[in-house]
Design a protein around this ligand. Sequence first.
Ligand code: PLP
Length: 246
Amino acid sequence: KLKDTRDTETVLLREKHIGPSCALFFREDPLKMVRARGQYMFDEGGRRYLDQPDVIKAAGKQLELLSTSSRVLHDSTVEYAKRLAQTLPEKLSVCYFTNSGSEANDLALSLARHYRGHQDVVTLDHAYHGHVSSLLDISPYTFRKGKDVWKEFVHVAPAPDTYRGKYRDDHPDPASAYADHVRQIIEEAHKGGRKISLFGSSFEFQILSLLQTDPPSLPHPQYGKQSDIDSARGTQHIFFLTVQPS
Ligand SMILES: Cc1ncc(COP(=O)(O)O)c(C=O)c1O
C-alpha cells in the first residue's frame, strides 16, 4: 500500500529519486491525486476532478483476462481496430497501437519518412511532440531552449495564436495568413532542394488539424475555411496530430 505523504514530502522524494528532465507541472502549486470514485478523482485537499470509471473498468477486466503482446493473435486487438475504423473515414482503416504519445509520434515520423522517402518535417513553433530523441529534434519547445541543435531537416512555422502570435484577432484573415506561412516554408524548402515528409501539429495548436478527417472533425473557428483546407491538402503532405487527454 502506498504511504499517504503530504505533497511537500512527495516533492522532496521526487527531487531525490526522479530525473529532473521529467519536469513537474504546476511547480508552485503541484497537483497530487490521492483517490478516485465514480467519474471523479480527488486531490489531497479534497478537490474534485473528472475521472472515467468505464475506461478503468474495461482496462481492469482486460488485464484480468489476459495481458499480452500485440504481435500474437487476439480478438480484442482486431475488434477494437475495427470499431475505431468505423468512426473514421473509409481510408483511415489501419491502426497501430502504442503505449504513449511519444511512441505513436515516433512511429508516425518513421512511417511518413518511409512512405515519402524524405526526411524533412514542418513543425509549429513551441510544439512539443514527445520525449524520445527523434521527437526532441522536431519539438521547438525543447530544442529552442539551447542545448539541442536545430537540425537542418526541421522547418518551424509560426503557431496560429491569435492572442500573442504573429497574426492576431485584429488581422482580417489570420487563418489564411498562417496557412500561407506554411506554404512559403514548403516552397523555400523545395527551392533549397529539400523535400517535406511530414507536418506535425500538437493539439494545442490545431492549425491543420481539420485536415485529419473528411469531413473535418475538429473544427476551429479560425481555421475552418474550406479554401485553406483544400489548398493545404493540395500539397499532398502527411500530417500527424497529437491529442493529449490531460
Ligand atoms: C502534444 C503532445 N504530444 C506528445 C506528447 C508525448 O506523450 P507521452 O508523454 O505519452 O509520451 C505530449 C505529452 O505531454 C504532448 O503534450
